[in-house]
Design a protein around this ligand. Sequence first.
Ligand code: ZN
Length: 503
Amino acid sequence: MVSRFYVTTPIYYVNAEPHLGHAYTTIVGDALTRWHRLLGDDVLYLTGTDEHGLKIRQAADAAGLSPKEFCDSIAPKFADAWERLDIANDDFIRTTEPRHHAAVTELLQRCYDAGDIELDTYSGKYCVACEEYYTDEELLEGDNCPIHKRPVDHFEEENYFFRLSRFQDRLLDWYAAHPGAIVPEFRGNEALGLIRGGLRDFSVSRTSLDWGIRLPWDDRHVAYVWFDALTNYLSATGFGDPSVDYTERWPVDYHLIGKDIIRHHCVYWPAMLMSAGVDLPKGWAVGGWLLVDGEKMAKSTGNVVNPLDLVDTVGVDGFRYYVLAETSYGSDGDFSYDGLVARYNSDLANNLGNLASRVATVVGKSCGGIGPAPRDDSPLAAAAATAVADTSAAWDAVTPSRALEATWSLIRATNAFLEANEPWKMTPGADLDAVMGDALEALRIVTLLAWPAVPSTADAIWARLGLDGSVADRRLPGDARWGGYPGGLTVTKGDPLFPRIRS
Ligand SMILES: [Zn+2]
C-alpha cells in the first residue's frame, strides 16, 4: 500500500515580497517531501499565501488598488520565487479562493454549533501591524507595541470569541498521548508551557473589517486572522466540499512552522479542530529563525535578504544546500554571506564537485570513458550502508542538517578512498577498474541521497554517470543498495558543477 505524506508551510502574508525566512521553511519542506517522494510515498506538499485582513486592506489602499488586485499582484511573486528555487509544491493555496471560503465557513459553523464560539464585547489596546490586542503588562512604556515599538490603538467592539480556555485539559491529555508530535522536543516543551500557563479565549471576528470571510451565522462579522489563515491546511484537502472525502489527505503529517507561531499552530489550531470534530495533525516541525546580524529579518528592521539575489552567487542548489545544512532545524541560525560562500566552497566545490570531477577524469583517461562495475566486497560498501541508514533516520526525524551530514560522510569516505588508492597514478587494468567501479557506485548512492537537497545537481551527476532517467524515478531503499551501478556505461565529465567562489 502506498503511504500518503502531507506537509504544509505556513501561508505567507502578501504584505511583503518573499524573503529569506519564507525561503528557508519552504526549502526545508521541499527537501523533506522530496525524500518521501523517493520513498515512493504519495506526497502532497502545500504552500500558499494569506491574503485577508486589515494590513492587506491598508497596503492595497496605499498602492491605489482593490485588496484583490493587490493580492493578485503579490501572490505570483511567491509562486515564481518557489519555482526559481526548485520547490516542487503540489498545490499553492490562496485564501481568496472559493475552496478556502468553503472550508473556513464549514469550520466556523462546526465550532459555533459545538457551542465553542460565543458573542462578547472586547475592549483593549490593539496593534494594527500585529493584529493583536495587548494587555498593559505586555506593552512597552507609553503604550507602545512590544514588537513594533509604536503606539497601539484603543479598540472596543463586539466580537465572537473561541472559548480556548475550555481546552486546557483536553490539549494536555492529547499531547501526553502523542509524545513527539512536535519536533524538535524543546519546541514541543514550549507549546506545553503555553498550555500549562493558562489559555485565554481569543477573538475570531471583527465588525471593523470588511476584507475577509463573513461568519455564516452573522454577516455583520468577518472572520479574523486565525480561523481564516490556519484553515488553509484543511481547505487544500477538500474540507467543506461535500463531494470530497477530505480524510483521504487529512490529518497532515507535518505542519512546518517558525517558532514565533507555536501558540497559534500548536495551541489554537488543535483546540479548533477538537471543537469541530476534526482529527488533529500527526506532527509539527518547528524551525528557528534565520537571523541576519543577530536579528530576525523583518521589513521594519531593514535587513531583508532576497533569496533570489543569493542564487545569482551560489546557484539554486548552493543556496538550498546552505539553508538546509548550516542550521540545525529548530534552532536559530545566523545567516551571513561569508558563511554561505564558505560552505559552498567546502562542501560543494571541494567535496561533492571535486569527487564527481575526479571520478570522471580518471574514468575518461584510464578506462576509455566507460565506467567499470563495483566490487561486491568493496571497502566503501559499509560506509554507503551507514550513510543510507543515517540519512534516512535523519529525514524521518525532520533534521535536514543531520541528513546532509550523513550523506556527506559518504562523499568524504569516497574522496579518502581515492586519495588512499591514487587511481590517477595507477596503470589501466583490473586493479584500477575495481577502484573506479567502487567510487562510481558510491557516487551513485550519494546522488540518490543528496537529491532532496540539490535536485538539479543530482540529476546532472546521474546523467554524467551514464544512468538513465531522473533520480526522481528511483526508489529507496532498494535503489540505494550497494551494487546498483551496472558498469559498462559511458561516463562524461562536463563543466565543473560548483566552480569555486573567491571570498
Ligand atoms: Zn505590533
